[in-house]
Design a protein. Structure first.
Lengths: 219, 349
């Protein structure tokens, strides 16, 4: 486990970096607020079905925006310095964990603000929290990994969108279905099956990251 | 020559699948009836429209029944032939056909020597009116003919002639999965060996796989138009298939973003493996969970062995092997073209 021993220090570095560049964090927050505002102004009456779809769409776009910068914000020489200090796997895992934390905060704020303007239709809070947690895990792993690929190219913003949206679709579908269950939109007694699917997708993704990142980082 | 046997086999199987799939006729069957509602105690007149039938040549030897279930059926009183494809039947519906006073469905069975028998499920709905009468003795269905046309595809309502699409639509998807799998294996081999040839092979297998996938979407859309009513239904299967195509199109955009061959190959290989892992839940898990009109959704089997009869198997299985072999062959040709292109560019430099 010595390879991953530097993960806590690297996570701390991510927090410090974020704190020193407050504009990035503030930008994401403003992004979430203004999206919800625009959504509310254009819908006015948001039913539970639309609430479900809009909530996840807002989270989806906010996460892409928040995570795209993971590998771009620091220049390549500094990254090589990190890779020489810690194992590459520690670098990506610390970024995944940090991004998941960021996404959870982001989802919390988006939920609070969305509930404030459009009402809170969530009936089964436990299921909703679990869904959000599993969703942010999947988003964090996928987007962090894709951003590591996209960062190697010049047109990274375009690549990030075209590579990550289709790949995230199975997770997004399952999330919307599970959330529909927690809003009592559908009667589904077998929601544990969807949870198992989300969990197994997350496990497959993290395994792939573990296997593939060693080939990805070096230039 | 000997080492190319599989290419010849692939081409032969594909030509066979196209020829046999398109040319073999559908078995004769009663297609629809004009009068679908009746009440007990009535005289019911039915005009039956046949498909590929030979009513005229079999005049006098045609028998017909209305069948409630295995316990009760009615014989036609009178069968008159209007043309090869049109048949007029009359039934006397007794005062009581069912234990309860409610509507009950009857299937129509028509039989003659040349066409064999055919069943039209739920052809007539008979409303049981209140009555003290008893159910009369059943008029048994017996001595059914198998017909003189042995080599035919079954006639299915709704599907009709589009049943042939099974030999193209389904093998295209099977072959696409195989091509993507081979491509992924080449990507793994590239990462472990760093030989550029594996990277080019991976890309060319994906190229043919995407063409197969687009053809699969196209044949699916044609089928959807006939059976579901429109080319694009926003059915979950159609969405996931389209998204699978988007993932692999992104693979090409990614490869084209790099000028450096080594980077292109390495990052392409990493994304290709990732993409295949995303493809599996997309094609095999998600569509089974939600509602979809496509076979294989909501817990249905993709297609049961019941859906295929022996004649269809004789075309379907060769078609799968044929499409797979031709797909591999095309990918290898593309790979060689890419090699030649590279050599020409090198010489020009």
């Amino acid at each position: 486990m010595t390879a991953l021993g530097s993960v806590p220090a690297l996570i701390k570095k991510e927090f410090l970096l974020e704190w020193r560049q407050k504009y990035a964090l503030g930008g994401i927050m403003l992004y979430v607020f203004s999206t919800i505002f625009v959504v509310y102004l254009s819908f006015v009456e948001i039913g539970p079905r639309a609430w479900n779809a809009l909530f996840w769409i807002i989270i989806l776009f906010a996460s892409v925006n928040a995570i795209t910068k993971s590998f771009i914000q620091e220049n390549s020489t500094r990254q090589i310095y990190y890779y020489s200090l810690a194992s590459p796997l520690a670098v990506i895992f610390s970024k995944i964990i940090y991004n998941q934390f960021l996404l959870l905060i982001l989802s919390g704020i988006a939920f609070a603000f969305f509930a404030l303007v459009a009402g809170n239709p969530v009936k089964d809070t436990g299921l909703f929290l679990l869904t959000t947690f599993l969703g942010s895990t999947g988003f964090s792993i996928t987007f962090t990994f894709i951003s590591a690929i996209a960062a190697k190219a010049n047109n990274s913003a375009t690549l990030m969108a075209i590579m990550s949206f289709p790949v995230i679709f199975p997770i997004l579908m399952t999330l919307i279905k599970l959330t529909a269950g927690s809003l009592f939109l559908i009667q589904d007694s077998e929601y544990w099956r969807d949870i198992v699917i989300l969990l197994s997708i997350d496990i497959i993704l993290i395994t792939l990251v573990y296997l593939l990142f060693p080939y990805l980082w070096r230039d | 020559m000997l080492k190319h046997w599989w290419k010849i086999l692939g081409a032969v199987l594909m030509i066979y699948a196209i020829a046999a799939g398109m040319l073999v006729p559908l078995s004769p069957a009663s297609h629809y009836v004009d009068n679908q509602r009746a009440e007990t105690g009535q005289q019911l007149e039915l005009t039956v429209t046949g498909y590929n039938t030979h009513y005229f040549s079999e005049e006098g030897a045609i028998r017909a029944w209305l069948r409630r279930d295995s316990a009760f059926s009615l014989c036609a009183d009178n069968v008159s032939v209007l043309s090869e494809r049109l048949l007029k039947l009359s039934f006397t519906i007794p005062a009581r056909v069912y234990d309860k006073d409610e509507a009950v469905r009857f299937s129509l069975v028509v039989d003659n020597k040349k066409d064999g028998y055919s069943v039209l499920p739920e052809a007539v709905v008979v409303t049981q009116m209140p009555s003290r009468a008893l159910i009369p003795p059943t008029c048994d269905i017996q001595d059914l003919n198998d017909g003189e046309y042995a080599f035919t595809f079954p006639f299915r309502n709704i599907l009709e002639e589009t049943i042939r699409n099974l030999y193209y639509h389904v093998p295209l998807w099977f072959a696409m999965i195989l091509l993507f799998l081979i491509s992924m294996i080449h990507s793994i081999r590239y990462l472990s060996s760093s030989e550029l040839s594996h990277s080019i092979k991976a890309a060319e297998y994906v190229r043919v796989g995407v063409v197969y996938g687009l053809l699969g979407l196209l044949t699916g859309a044609i089928w959807a138009k006939h059976t579901w009513g429109s080319y694009w239904n926003w059915d979950l299967r159609q969405i996931t298939a389209a998204i699978a195509m988007l993932i692999y199109l992104a693979y090409f955009v990614l490869r084209d973003s790099f000028d450096d061959e080594e980077r292109k190959a390495r990052l392409g290989a990493v994304f290709n493996i990732f993409a295949f892992a995303a493809l599996i839940p997309l094609m095999f898990v998600i569509p089974r969970l939600s509602d979809s009109l496509h076979p294989g959704a909501g817990g249905n089997p993709a297609f049961g062995t019941n859906d295929l009869d022996n004649t269809m198997r004789m075309v379907f299985y060769p078609a799968i092997i044929g499409f797979m072999l031709v797909g591999v062959w095309m990918s290898q040709l593309l790979y060689r073209m890419a090699l030649i292109k590279e050599k020409i560019i090198d010489r020009m430099d």
